[in-house]
Design a protein around this ligand. Sequence first.
Ligand code: SAH
Length: 572
Amino acid sequence: MAVVMPPAIVILGPGALATARRVQTLYADSQVHALQGRVDGDVAFSELGAHLRECYMRGMPIVALCAAGIVIRCLAPLLANKGAEPPVLALAEDGSAVVPLLGGLTGVNVMAREIGAALAVAPAITTSGELRFGACLLNPPEGYALASLAQGKRFVSDLLAGATTRIDGDAPWLETVDLPRDAAARHAIRVSAQTWSGNPDDLVIHPRSIVAAVSAPREALAERVRRALDAQGLAPLALAALVAPAALTGDSSLEQAANELGVPLRFADTAGHTALDALDALDALDSGAQVERYAPNEDGIALARAAAPLDPLTLGRARGKLTVLGLGPGRADLLAPAARAALDDATDIVGYATYVEMAGPFRADQQRHATDNREELQRARHAFEMASEGRRVAVVSSGDPGVFAMAAAVLEALEGSDDARWHAVELAIVPGVSAALATAARAGAPLGHDFCMLSLSDNLKPWSVIEKRLLHAAQADLVMAFYNPISRARPWQLDRALEIVRGVRAPQTRVVLGRDVGRPGETLRATTLGALRPADVDMRTMVIVGSSATRGFARGDGGEWIYTPRWYREDD
Ligand code: SAH
């Protein structure tokens, strides 16, 4: 099944909300994007033009409840590339008119019909071929690919000019379409994996029904696959997937080839290492006589062609993915878009229960694996096990995953493993806004000059090391950010830590305490080293101890800005 992106339903005022919500019921996971300050929806935006362009560039279908002209003007700068456009529709805010504007080849008229039917209005469809035949011949469904858009357009004009057509091959989606059919016609819609002959009277649509299996990484692999297809008269667009034995998982030449061919790369659990072994391991090709096989060529590439399109998801498995990401302090707008994308893409989300919850909401098809806070290595191993099976796993940490968090645990687990499947997983680490940075930004710029981050937890390191580091950092006059400053299991450590720092630094040294920064109930306090008491601090607090240069001054709202200047003088 295709994963079609849900549309952005865009409104500018409260008058459009009711219609927008009706449209929303037609598209699972769609959201109402509402102009900030005017109306509340699911997503707020502040500038229509910039927002529409962003949605468009992300390939998101757009249903804008405003004048068609406004939408056109907003998107005009982006309209040069016709092939790649998502559907864009303008909709009257009272639901009385549905105007498909862009995206004829990506289904805008289908959407216009769906929305029109729901609102009981006739959609303003202007595409001639669609009007005449009731469907867009040039936009075949998932699993099929049009051989040539230019040729397709010509074919449709011929039909509009009165030509008739036959259908050669199996085109179930055309059964209900009102085509001028004639079994003896010169024109033909050909549904076939064979390469288009160049006959100008043919509209060729390729079912994505071929699997190409490779046995070893090779240079210019995509070209070799094309040649293997060509030798059998088969079209590259009829390729459903590139398949290889699982032992090759992670090989970059295979990934590049699949990218160039525009098909998914799948792996088969094989006993042997040949391309035929890989094909034999695919259950989806088990249907016997329906599948034609082509012996491996001199490049070791074997082909199998099914009678109908093949769903790549049924062919072996994908290379698994493991992304360790930081959620930032908690607020959604401080989560990096790359982290958001990894969460959306994940099949499985792994982490400490509080953070998994913070990362949501999730779709019903996404599995959550919430664990206890202390089980980092076990959690990392579980993540690799799932990713090794082809799943896309997101491991979540608060703040930044590389700061006293899961990224190091994940790498430790990987280094300690000799499981080749783990090492073949696509591993990525996406940064996040760490608590020290989020707290500093609230207070001003206390980390404006040299600083260090220290965890006061002696769970994983001896207390003597912490004492030594505190002393050296204090002597070096570094600003210090304390993570894990105190907990029920470690009641006396913070007092001892402050004692060490006080032995070197003056009592009036500035201190910032941020608690639950970027979360509901956030508090921020400025105090001094002399006045700081462990009772002011808990495990949800970030403690920033300034250097001798850290200073403060009154801000307009009655609070204080705390910052550490960028310069430094020895005698400060
Ligand atoms: N990876 C996290 C840190 C995990 S260690 C990060 O980069 O932020 C946990 C410690 O971080 C807590 O004990 C607390 O000191 C600090 N912390 C985490 N989130 C915080 C928040 N929202 N506000 C204040 N401190 C926080």
